[in-house]
Design a binder for this molecule. Sequence first.
Ligand SMILES: *Cc1c(COP(=O)(O)O)cnc(C)c1O
Length: 411
Amino acid sequence: MPNFSLPDAVFERAAAQHPTPFYLYDERGIRQAARALRAAFAWNRGFRQFYAVKALPNPAILRLMLEEGSGLDCSSLTELLLAQKAGAAGRDIMFSANAMPHDELRLAHDLGACINLDDASDVDSLLALGPVPGCLSLRVNPGERGSGHNGFMGGARDAKFGLLPEQLEPALLTLKAGGAQRFGLHAMTASNSLDAAYYPRNAAFLFETGLALEARTGLRLDFVNLSGGLGIPYREEEQALDLARVGEAVRREYERAFGQRADVRIFTELGRLVTGPYGWLVTRAIHRKDTWRAFVGLDASAANLLRPAMYGAWHHVSVSGKRAAPRDQVYDLTGPLCENNDKFAIQRALPEIALDDLVLIHDCGAHAHAMGYQYNGRLRSAELLHTLDGGIRMIRRAETPADYFATLVEG
Ligand SMILES: *Cc1c(COP(=O)(O)O)cnc(C)c1O
């Protein structure tokens, strides 16, 4: 069930202050989600969540995460700079390499970040940068043993991420020769998974693999990074994961693997789970057209929210002020791009939409504004934060044509 925690009056108030389209995020929801995650893993002394910066790369949001005790998971130079801007120290940063340019790895190393390596060649690159970091891990590609493959991360054989299990030991021995004393393991084989068994299965695999490597290499298993991939209920018929239950199931696997031992830390890098339900793309109906179908044109487009056009993602849609109205109309909700896949919903049952109605696209708090682009000269929208005191604060302004022209080289 999508999240209906904010009343329509909040969206109406925001739209009275700012032109549509814009993104609106709810601070309370985001903080509560971060706390629920911490509570679910409070049994693990060293537990830490590293929010996946790519999901909502706005320093105002990243600062909330740091305040809630999360670190930040970065995967590019710019994300490292964003984390710094938000006030993260080196120990607050997890850096996940993936076919990584050398200078990005260097910045992560120099910042003192925890570094997650994706390949044996990354091991050599890291060793060339100087002393091995105290916090480092290898990303595993579990192949057929990967639990929860659901296409987004690739299947067992076409996933581009991680080292094969048999490549881990030589990589660790190279790191040991370079001065490493401990290691972590990381795996992410699913995205947007609502399977309560996904995390515990991933954990069991990583615990077992880590223990075997510890025995063979003499290095100490420091942490297991369960990464991201826990899903949210985009559709009305879907149920949110019971996080407390997921945390307990991981605890059972932990005790099965480690017995009385309690020094192995659990890390997570969740993005969508923490912010996804607490963001909305707020648009206005500006056009109505009846041909083969009834089309309602919105003032936002796939350039603002790519997920439906890119992978057919479903986002719940509601019409402000009409939550209880009968959904007796069927519409395609479109944007203005010259691409027929520029649709937020296809043949969707909705209440009657009048011109100027606010149309709310739900569950846009992760992987939404961040995937925006500028096709057709459509510009990225503003981002607003509904703060704890009920205020509406702009945390990113909308782009203007001057921003679009700023990168051109004249002549
Ligand atoms: C994208 C990503 C995440 C976050 O994924 P969610 O689906 O938002 O939880 C975490 N870790 C890595 C390495 C990622 O690439």
